[in-house]
Design a protein around this ligand. Structure first.
Ligand code: FES
Ligand code: FES
Length: 166
């Protein structure tokens, strides 16, 4: 299998590596770069567990060849926390689905967080329908969706509040 040199930005830092032409971005991130916050589930574009951002847009890394992100800015869930502080959407999931509120396995959380992060960058005040549409490629098998929508609304409120205060 042919290989190629691959250069892109990962979580704000330039990355250069070698990838086989047929290697999926999901495998490149998890196996070569040990970015295991990105989860693997169906491996077929149906669960959203593998969602990352490419140039700010959510993509399914199980359907994306690593070589196709050449020159792009890729972000995984590891990028969101800054200086020990959760991002707004991470905080939203913590508050709405943390241990007292009953998230169950949590395996779907990173994918939801990245899909929601992409939404909130494009739309600061999404409606419930817009949230449902943006998260429509993601599946939660054991907790349910009401709290996930509330988590996104929490983050949107927090981000708008921070903008108004600035
Ligand atoms: S692992 Fe990518 S959509 Fe399920
Ligand atoms: S909390 Fe288990 S799949 Fe969502």
């Amino acid at each position: 299998m042919a290989k190629r040199i691959l250069t892109f930005t990962l979580n704000g830092k330039r990355h250069e590596g070698v990838a086989p032409d047929n290697m999926l971005l999901l495998d490149y991130l998890r196996e070569k770069l040990l970015m295991t916050g990105t989860k693997t589930g169906c491996d077929g574009g149906e669960c959203g567990l593998c969602t990352v951002l490419a140039d700010g847009t959510p993509i399914l890394s199980c359907l994306t060849l690593a070589c196709s992100v050449e020159g792009k800015a890729v972000e995984t869930v590891e990028a969101l926390e800054k200086d020990g502080r959760l991002s707004a959407i991470q905080e939203g999931f913590h508050v709405k689905l943390g241990s007292q509120c009953g998230s169950q396995c949590g395996y779907c959380t990173p994918g939801y967080i990245m899909a929601a992060e992409g939404l909130l960058r494009a739309n600061a005040a999404p409606s419930v329908d817009e949230i449902k549409t943006a998260l429509g490629s993601n599946i939660c098998r054991c907790t349910g969706y009401v709290k996930i929508i509330e988590a996104v609304q929490y983050a949107a409120d927090k981000l708008r509040g921070a903008k108004q205060a600035a």
